[in-house]
Ligand binder design. Structure first.
Ligand code: MG
Length: 250
């Protein structure tokens, strides 16, 4: 029988880091991201993790300030926009090279707006990136097809990199920044960390998996198969993840 990958985290929390995605991992997925919330019970567990572990961080696709609003726990480190933003002492710090793409992002947002509207979606302008949401479209499959055909080429022409998420399309500057580099950045401040865990539910969380010891996938009917395949542990939904985090306090 293989040893429990959580044992070393549990027995040496002062040498361990817990990194967490937010939407679909701490907060259940809802139709509109504005309606997301992390259950009080989960926040209470995160609070206790902060007291015990060397580092507790949230690494989200949301803007850093938005992620921090959803996880209002003192001592939690926050990286937003898939690593393009870091919250440092309540201030947003952009990753290197992002600043010069801000104008192109605004121009691209305007260019794709009519196509996105036709697809029944909407554009979330996240400053350092754009997210097209089409979960609310009457026919999400047709919406994705239309975006693939007409919006993705416009984003590519603007020099931006597109990536599909769960009922969403992300566009971002072509920089070597992702959830994995954000985790590495957070860990730089904690050289004592010997073991790390990351939990996520989507394709971009694979970048986080690449740089940690224990990979936890949060399963739902939308979880990408490649994330499940790459995980050491699969938990059932956000409630399952809360149970796992609580078990780290035993
Ligand atoms: Mg997520």
């Amino acid at each position: 029988m293989s040893p429990d990958p959580l044992t070393r985290l549990r027995t040496a929390p002062e040498l361990s880091a817990i990194l967490l995605d937010v939407d679909g991992t701490l907060a259940p997925i809802v139709a509109h991201p504005d309606d997301s919330a992390v259950p009080a019970e989960t926040l209470a567990v995160v609070e206790r993790l902060v007291e015990r572990f060397a580092l507790v961080g949230c690494v989200s696709g949301r803007r850093a300030v938005e992620a921090a609003r959803l996880v209002p726990v003192a001592g939690v480190h926050v990286a937003g926009n898939h690593g393009l933003e870091l919250l440092v002492d309540g201030r947003v710090v952009l990753a290197g090279g992002v600043e010069e793409w801000l104008g192109d992002l605004r121009t691209a947002a305007t260019a794709i707006a009519p196509i996105v509207a036709e697809a029944g979606g909407w554009v979330e302008d996240k400053g350092a990136s754009l997210t097209v949401h089409f979960r609310g479209a009457a026919d999400p499959v047709a919406a994705r097809g239309l975006l693939e055909l007409r919006a993705v080429p416009l984003l590519a022409a603007a020099g931006l990199v597109s990536r599909w998420g769960r009922m969403s399309l992300e566009a971002r500057p072509p920089l070597p920044v992702d959830k994995g580099s954000a985790i590495e950045e957070l860990l730089l401040d904690r050289p004592q960390v010997r073991r790390s865990l990351y939990a996520g539910d989507d394709r971009t969380d694979l970048d986080g998996f690449a740089v940690v010891d224990v990979k936890v996938a949060v399963h739902s009917n939308e979880t990408p198969p490649e994330l499940l395949a790459a995980a050491d542990i699969v938990v059932e939904g956000t409630a399952g993840l809360t149970d796992l985090l609580a078990s780290l306090l035993d």
